[in-house]
Structures are given as C-alpha cells and as structure tokens.
Ligand binder design. Sequence first.
Ligand SMILES: *Cc1c(COP(=O)(O)O)cnc(C)c1O
Length: 355
Amino acid sequence: MPEHPRSDHHFASDNTAGICPEAWAALQRANLGREPSYGADAWTQRAGDLIRGIFERPDAEVFFVFNGTAANALALASACQSYHGVIGHEIAHIMVDECGAPGFFTGGATLLPCPGEKAKLEPVAVERVLTRRSDLHFPKARVLSLTQSTEWGTVYRPEEIAALSALARRHGLAVHMDGARFANAVASLAGTGATPADLTWRAGVDVLCCGGTKNGLNSTEAVVFFHPGLACDFAWRGKQAGQLASKMRFASAQWVGVLEDGAWLRHAAHANRMAGRLAALLRAIPGVSLCLEPEVNAVFVRLTQAVAAALEARGWHFHVFIGEDGYRLMCSWDTREDDLQAFAHDLRAVLSTSP
Ligand SMILES: *Cc1c(COP(=O)(O)O)cnc(C)c1O
C-alpha cells in the first residue's frame, strides 16, 4: 500500500473505499495506448470472457454500466412493459433507493413491495403478492427481484433462490438479481461449495447485476444476462440511457484486473472477515448487542442516538439503517484490523462516560 493520508473512520459504506490495487494496475496498463471505443476493445472482450468463464456460461451476454441503479433499472426494463409489475423486498434498493428509476426506465412498470424477515423474500409471502390480484385493473407481475447479498447483509442459499425462481417461473415471471454485493455472497458461501453459477442461473436467475463499485472498482457494474432473449435490445437501451462509456476499456480493464487472479473474491472475503471480526469485538463490549449476525461485510449494532452522536463527534462515519437504533457498519476491501480496534476502543470509551 502506498503511504498517503487516509481516513480510517469510515464505516458508512463499502463505496467510501478507493480503487483496489489490481484494478488500479489494470487502469494503468489500459492507459498505455489507443484502443477502439464503445466496448469494441480487447479489454472489454476479455472482461466479458472472464465473466462468462466464472459463471460457466459461454453464451451469457455481458454489459458494463456506470452504477447499480442503472444496471437494475435497465435490466428490469429488458423484461418489462409499462403495465408490468416488479416484486421485490420492501426495503430492496430498487424499491427505496433508486428514485423511481425502475419505473422511469421501464416506461411505467410498478414496484410491488413484499415483506420478509431479515430483508429476504420467502415463497409464501411472494405468492401472496402474486395471487392478490390477477385482474386487468392491477399491474401484471412480470419480474421477481432478489438482492444478493441483501440490504441487511443476509445471504440466500442456492436452494432458497431455486425455490423462489420456481415460483416465479410457475407464474411466468423472470428473475432478476441485484448483486451489488454478489461477490460478498459468493465469498460467504465458499465453504458450502456454492459457485457463482449455483447462485444464479442454475438456481433460475435470468439476469444478474454484478457489483464492481463496492468491491474495489470505480464506477462500474456488470449486467450479466443468462437468458439470451432478454439481452437482445440492451445495447440500445443502455446507450439511450447514457450508460454506454465511450472509453469502455477503463471500466472493463478494472474487471480484468480483479477477475484474472481471483482478487474479486479475495477482497470480498477480506471485507466479510473484517465484519466478522468487528462483530466479535463489539459483542465483547458489555451492554452492546448486534441486530443480527453478519453473514457478509455489514455489521448492524444497536446504539442509542447519544452514543452514535458521540462516536460521530470522534470522527466516525456510519448510518442508522434498521429502525431507530440499528446502525450499519460496512467493511470493505481496504478495512484494516486497526480500524476495527479503534472503533471498538472508542465505543468502549463513549459508553464508559455516557449514561
Ligand atoms: C449500492 C447498491 C446498489 C447500487 O447503487 P448505485 O449507487 O446506483 O451504484 C444497488 N443495490 C444495492 C443493494 C446497493 O447496496
């Protein structure tokens, strides 16, 4: 790591981290000469091939866009007409954090929120939403959207995805996966033998929005279509939406940098490990409790507003996320053991002086 001033006080999100060394090195290599524009370059070909290899699907179609909102909204638009509905968890990013982009890019499709424990969907609840109305006065459900890993840092097992996909299939729905933190889910399940293919198309996922930004890349997400029929107009859709990079190689080179030697999973596993470590440090502090056990790179801890404010006064950045007292601490590829120790130390100090 080069020596430069860095703020160690960021647990606000995994996108507050910088660009990882593998992506940075690839950017430098990509910067050496001239290359064709708009994705007709060798880096983009290579990045797509690497993704097709990792997912064991030589026929998958891969597109790079600038961010997750665009990836999700455009992927959903590929499956939806204006009168369709998209079922997703009620706190999913597409529901509450995309400013209506799915509705905008689909030309009017309706988001149909569904409740579920720990930010996960279950077939019974989805079926309830699916069967509530089937008349033509209500949007026709067309897509089931899952987030992997979820907004609460939980993870779907392959069999859970398969059960949801089977239900979707029975009702004629396509399956979309918001994988802003897909790598963290893969790393989390590595011990079970589940592969990227097992977590996506083998379990019935038609299109995956695979996150790069939160795993050490700069402004790039991959839209991976396993269902070729859905991909046919994506190039035009993405261009119209302002998501076609003319210097595409600077997106795709970063993917090559992290995919070639497995750095994407190493970084995700590191972030997950740091979250596990942070959870252990926090649990050891008397009076501190976690909202749920971390499965990936997020830790949710219960704090009073006064304690949170005192930590913020000491320079820590993080957000309230679950209810009024569940604060989210996000680890990333560059989180260090020192950062965790310093946070735990400050929390102990704050608790010992505040009522
Ligand atoms: C961060 C995130 C995204 C992508 O957000 P952008 O800011 O548009 O890149 C999508 N889904 C989830 C679950 C996220 O956490």
